[in-house]
Ligand binder design. Structure first.
Ligand SMILES: O=C(O)CCC(=O)C(=O)O
Length: 271
C-alpha cells in the first residue's frame, strides 16, 4: 500500500475545488518517481521547438521546454503506469483523464530569477473545472524556495499572461488583449493569500491552471529540476485567448469553436 492510499481524499478534493491547489505528500513511491524522472531526463535530452532559456540578470540557467510533439515517446509508458492520472481523477471526482502536455523546468548555476506570477490559463485555449497541473520536483525544496500560489485565484479574474520580461514581471504577453494586466503581487505580498509548501521527492503539488502562481528564485549551489504534467477531463472546453494561445497543434485552433469539447486525437486518454 502506498502512502497515497492513506491520503484524506474527500478533504483534498474539497481543498482543490476551493483553493485551486493541494499538496499530495509521498504520492509517488521511489519506482514511480524514477519513471517520472526518466521522462524529465528524456525532455532534457530531446529539446523540442518550445525549448527556451528565460532571460536572467545573472549567469544562472532557467531552462524550460514544453509541448514537445514527440513527448509520448518519452512519456507514454510512464503515464500509463503512473498513479498520477488516478490521483487527478480522485481530486476531480470524475473518471475520465486525458494527458494534455508536459513542461520541464531547470533552474541552476547561481541566483536564478523568480518565475513571475502568472496563470497558465492565460497561455492556453482551454477552460473548465477538471483541469490539473501536477508539479513534481526531483530535488527537495524548502518552503521559501518553492512554487507559490494565491489561494482561490482560479475563481477570480483571468489576467493577461506575463511576457517574462526581465525587470518587469507583469509586462503583458499580449499588449492588445482586453485581459487586464497582472497585478504586482510581489510588491504587495501581504495583500494576497499566498500559500507554498516545502516538497520532497515523491510529493506532488496539484493546481488548477487558472491559479495565480510564481516560483521562488533558486540560489547559488542549489538546483531545481521540476516536471509538470498537465491533464484535462470531461467538461473541458475550447476557450480562445485574444492574441493566441496553446496548444501548438497544427490545425487545432482552426477546427475548434469557443465552447467546443476540448478534444484532439493527439491527446492520450489515460482513463
Ligand atoms: O517551477 C517553476 O518555477 C514554475 C512552474 C510553473 O510556472 C508552472 O508549472 O506553470
Amino acid at each position: 500500500m502506498t502512502a497515497a492510499a492513506d491520503l484524506d481524499w474527500p478533504a483534498l478534493r474539497e481543498a482543490f475545488a476551493r483553493d485551486g491547489v493541494v499538496k499530495l505528500p509521498a504520492a509517488l513511491d521511489p519506482a514511480q518517481l524514477a519513471q517520472a524522472q526518466a521522462a524529465y531526463d528524456w525532455s532534457l535530452a530531446h529539446p523540442g521547438p518550445g525549448a527556451s532559456k528565460v532571460r536572467q540578470a545573472t549567469e544562472a540557467t532557467f531552462y524550460n521546454d514544453l509541448f514537445n510533439p514527440d513527448a509520448l515517446t518519452g512519456y507514454r509508458a510512464m503515464l500509463e503506469a503512473s498513479p498520477i492520472p488516478a490521483h487527478v481523477a480522485k481530486l476531480w471526482d470524475a473518471p475520465d483523464v486525458w494527458f494534455f502536455y508536459e513542461q520541464v523546468f531547470l533552474k541552476e548555476g547561481g541566483e536564478a530569477r523568480r518565475t513571475p506570477w502568472h496563470q497558465d490559463s492565460s497561455y492556453l485555449a482551454i477552460a473548465g473545472d477538471r483541469l490539473a497541473v501536477v508539479w513534481i520536483s526531483f530535488d527537495a525544496v524548502a518552503q521559501a524556495d518553492s512554487l507559490e500560489f494565491v489561494r482561490g485565484s482560479h475563481r477570480g479574474a483571468l489576467y493577461n499572461g506575463s511576457s517574462f520580461k526581465l525587470g518587469d514581471d507583469t509586462a503583458p504577453l499580449h499588449p492588445g488583449s482586453s485581459l487586464p494586466r497582472l497585478p504586482d503581487i510581489e510588491a504587495q505580498r501581504a495583500a494576497w493569500d499566498i500559500v507554498a509548501w516545502a516538497v520532497r521527492p515523491g510529493d506532488l503539488i496539484v493546481f488548477h491552471p487558472a491559479v495565480l502562481h510564481g516560483g521562488a528564485a533558486t540560489h547559488a549551489g542549489t538546483r531545481r529540476r521540476t516536471l509538470t504534467l498537465r491533464f484535462f477531463g470531461e467538461g473541458a472546453v475550447y476557450d480562445p485567448r485574444e492574441g493566441g494561445a496553446g496548444p501548438p497543434i497544427r490545425g487545432f485552433h482552426q477546427r475548434m469553436r469557443a465552447g467546443d469539447p476540448f478534444r484532439d486525437p493527439s491527446f492520450l486518454k489515460l482513463r
